[in-house]
Design a protein around this ligand. Structure first.
Ligand code: SF4
Ligand code: FES
Length: 248
């Protein structure tokens, strides 16, 4: 396949970026999107040019770092996959592909296609944990009964990999889907009830302070989420938030 790549290049956080065009040939349809970028970078390095910086780690849909806006869609045209799981067979020979970083005030660009998503870390730190007494009288986890339906819903929420596609897909750059997944995975379990009130209030407060927008129910986040995190989590977080506000 021969393709034209239009890639966002930005030297650093303080520089103005611009789109640069790169023709690329000999792309195998079975390559992953990141492998295609590796080929481009090898070519750029051979020519003495600076390679395109992009985030990646596991390359198997687990770590959530490979966040690219491809032809206007977070993680590209496929559904239920991350950028590292996207294959070039999803494109046609002769295509022009626009590649940008995720755009949001709370995700400032560090360089080229890499954004700073530490705002997500701070939301997690504000309440995405439980406290367990480990002083010798810890209760065996299996001795606490958990309804199967709730355990499944909690596990589904816990599959969020913190990639940020929900934010990039949202016209308000809202982080409600991410935050609600992190709230829900604990809210559904008995182990998460102890700190439930503070958790939801603190995490939502942090989300707002980071500069993420509000939810206006378009559902774009759910469509673009590579892990199929459901909008039901946002409804659950709203209920948790209301009930916590009334208790405070
Ligand atoms: S909710 Fe989905 S899109 Fe958002 S951070 Fe989690 S995995 Fe990524
Ligand atoms: S590189 Fe880890 S999810 Fe893509």
């Amino acid at each position: 396949m021969n393709l034209t790549l239009k890639i966002w290049r930005q030297k650093d956080a303080n520089s103005k970026g611009k789109t640069v065009e790169y023709p690329i040939s000999g792309v195998d349809p079975d390559m992953s999107f990141l492998e295609m970028l590796d080929v481009l970078n090898e070519d750029l390095i051979t020519k003495g040019e600076e390679p395109v910086e992009f985030d990646h780690d596991c390359r198997e849909g687990i770590c959530g770092t490979c966040s690219l806006q491809i032809n206007g869609e977070p993680h590209g045209p496929d559904r239920g996959v991350t950028t590292c799981q996207l294959h070039m067979r999803k494109f046609k020979d002769g295509d022009t592909i626009h590649i940008e970083p995720f755009r949001a005030t709370a995700f400032p660009v560090i360089k080229d296609l890499i954004v700073d998503r530490s705002s997500f870390e701070r939301i997690q730190q504000a309440g995405g944990f439980i406290s367990v007494n480990t002083s010798g009288n810890t209760i065996d986890a299996n001795s606490i009964p958990v309804e199967k339906e709730k355990a499944d819903a909690s596990f589904n929420a816990a599959t969020c990999i913190g990639c940020g596609a929900c934010v990039a897909a949202c016209k308000n750059a809202s982080a409600m889907l991410f935050t609600s997944a992190k709230v829900s995975q604990f809210a559904l379990l008995p182990q998460g009830k102890v700190e439930a009130t503070d958790r939801v209030l603190n995490m939502v407060k942090q989300m707002d302070e980071e500069g993420f927008g509000n939810c206006s129910n378009t559902g774009a986040c759910e469509i673009e989420c590579p892990k199929g995190i459901s909008l039901e989590n946002i409804a659950r977080m709203n209920r948790e938030y209301l009930s916590a506000s009334l208790k405070k």
